[in-house]
Design a protein around this ligand. Structure first.
Ligand SMILES: [Zn+2]
Length: 280
């Protein structure tokens, strides 16, 4: 299998989910071996920096990475789109401090990538394989990985909210599965927490058109829903975003029980350290 990049640059504009400020990104083609790099588009332009799990600085409500000494916020959905669609090499240029929220899913990024075409490069993919079972645990939440020949994920969510409850999504991850079964799954939140989150400076760009909002009576904006079990699909999408930080195609059977950004990133940090130390 050959490494890939985009056929031509793509630009997306919008506003950040948390900051609510306008932002723009451009994804530009990159050579084999470059991986996913990020470049802040500021006056004194710096070199693109390759993402690794060690660049993550905050996981409390999104995945924020540090590039050129500054935070680039909410990178997870564009990373999920790149990883899910099998784009190995790309430079992500960012104007503003946060990636545009778009519709709260990975779909707008996927659509733009498909339009620009995902093209093969001459160099082959070197898959990242595990040789042993490993995992992480945090507050009775778990992510475990078992050696496998391809990436297969099994994600379980379990919420007290009756409109969600327990959901399970299992799949062999491929661009077809990602585009057809995961990419449109929107982020979701709780009506009861909106005030408190806004007071903390979060979700200033959150609206009823870029997140599913669950209230006391159930889902408050059902017309925005794509899948009946959308929360577990979105959690799978977020898990793939964390895997993108590894900088290669991770071949394992990953089982995640009640995952979230903090746990997902803890998991990829551990995998990354094992791979670096030759102990995976
Ligand atoms: Zn998300």
């Amino acid at each position: 299998m050959k490494q890939t990049t985009l056929g031509k640059p793509i630009t997306l504009v919008g506003q950040g989910l948390h900051t609510g400020t306008p932002s723009k990104i451009r994804l530009t083609p990159a050579p084999a071996g470059a991986g996913i790099t990020v470049q802040r588009m500021v006056a004194d332009l710096h070199e693109p920096e390759r993402l690794t799990p060690l660049k993550v600085k905050n996981t409390s409500s999104a995945i924020h990475v540090e590039v050129d000494g500054r935070l680039v916020k909410s990178v997870e959905h564009v990373l999920a789109a790149l990883y899910g669609m099998g784009v190995d090499n790309v430079n992500l240029q960012v104007w503003g401090e946060e990636i545009p929220a778009m519709d709260g899913s990975a779909w707008p990024f996927v659509k733009a990538m498909a339009k620009a075409k995902i093209v093969p490069l001459k160099t082959s993919v070197e898959p990242m394989r595990l040789t042993q079972t490993m995992g992480v645990e945090l507050d009775h939440r778990y992510v475990m990985a078992f050696p496998a020949r391809r990436l297969e994920t099994c994600v379980v969510v379990d919420y007290e909210h009756p409109a969600i409850g327990r959901q399970l999504f299992h799949g062999n991850i491929s661009p077809e599965v990602f585009a057809g079964q995961l990419a449109k799954a929107k982020t979701f939140g709780w009506a009861s927490r909106i005030k408190e989150q806004r007071a903390q400076g979060l979700i200033k760009g959150g609206t009823a058109s870029n997140a599913l909002i669950f209230g006391e009576g159930g889902l408050e904006n059902p017309r925005m829903r794509t899948y009946p079990d959308e929360p577990v699909r979105h959690k799978t999408l977020d898990l793939l975003a964390a895997l993108a930080l590894l900088g290669g195609r991770f071949m394992a059977h990953v089982v995640a029980i009640r995952p979230g950004h903090a746990l997902d990133v803890m998991f990829v940090k551990k995998v990354y350290e094992m791979m670096q130390g030759g102990k995976a």
